[in-house]
Design a protein around this ligand. Structure first.
Ligand code: BJW
Ligand code: ZN
Length: 235
């Protein structure tokens, strides 16, 4: 812990990769592991274009239910600590796999949302991309102004990430002196590839997670515990 604290204190350029675990203490369920996913379905079976094509109403009910949970959630001590870190560091990039918007709500400015935003929708026909914070949705599935069905503004398995975002994330990871990996199982690609990418570019990689993950064996320092407890101590 002391060594990691020193690396962070000495760094001008910091990049961070967060996953669902950083929002766990805000009451947002994670995807995998204990207490992870919901109802009788697996995320992998609902978060795909095929699932949406098969049964858009079912997929939208799942997202509507999750939006209801997220709407009640507020940023926790870990989200808040990252706001303080951004204030302190001249070069700071927060790369998140999360769609919950809690980093925005906490007040971070430079956020790369690799997997989109649960508070946005996209039209399946005209391509419009628009915000929608209505909870619960008055009608499921929701529609675009053009009349066609809308879909959640998130990235499903088998879909490309938003245009250019991995280049930006790699730029930040490649230039970072310290790369923090917080609350992710590090099994979903290409997000997980940022961890070895940062390491190979020379960053000190610090992981914060109560469990061992796919990344633990390659990080320079693994701090085992909940992000809401570890991060405030670290910064
Ligand atoms: C705590 C804590 C506390 C608990 N404090 N920590 C082989 C190699 C490379 C790629 C592939 C491959 N095989 C298949 C692929 C492709 C696929 C993939 O990676 N699959 C793997 C699962 C094998 N990837 C994709 O399909 C991606 N697209 C792509 O590759 O496109 C290529 C392409 C190019 C051009 C044209 C077409 C295609 C897209 C991936 C999209 C992922 N989407 C989801 C859903 C988002 C929307 C939604 O929310 O519904 O993103 S899936 C889900 O997993 C979600 C998450 O962002 C993502 C990562 O999960 P995360 O955040 O790590 O959460 P968990 O639950 O796994 O882990 C939580 C962690 O927190 C745990 O470790 C806990 O211990 C910890 N924790 N409490 C700190 N208090
Ligand atoms: Zn439309």
């Amino acid at each position: 812990m002391d060594q990691a604290r020193q690396w962070i204190a000495d760094a001008n350029a910091v990049a961070i990769l967060t996953g669902a675990g950083i929002s766990a203490e805000s009451g947002v369920p994670t995807f995998r592991g204990d207490g992870g996913l919901w109802r009788e379905y697996r995320a992998e079976d609902l978060a795909t274009p095929a699932a949406f094509a098969r049964d858009p109403k079912l997929v939208w009910e799942w997202y509507d239910w999750r939006r209801g949970i997220i709407a009640q959630a507020v940023p926790n001590a870990a989200h808040r600590a990252l706001v303080q870190l951004e204030i302190r560091k001249p070069q700071f990039t927060l790369i998140t796999q999360n769609v919950d918007g809690l980093h925005d709500l906490a007040g971070n400015g430079k956020i790369l949302k690799l997997h989109g935003d649960i508070w946005r929708m996209r039209c399946t026909e005209c391509g419009a991309n628009f915000p929608n914070r209505r909870v619960p949705l008055p009608k499921v599935p929701p529609h675009c102004a053009c009349g066609a069905m809308a879909r959640p503004g998130v990235v499903w398995f088998g879909e490309p990430l938003p245009e250019g975002i991995m280049q930006e994330a790699e730029h930040a990871a490649g230039g970072a002196e310290v790369f923090l990996v917080i609350g992710t199982s590090a099994v979903v690609y290409p997000a997980a590839s940022l961890i070895p990418y940062a390491k190979q570019a020379g960053a000190k990689v610090i992981e914060i997670n109560p469990e061992l993950t796919a990344a633990t064996s390659i990080v320079d320092c693994a701090l085992q515990g909940p992000a809401g407890e570890i991060l405030p101590q670290l910064l």
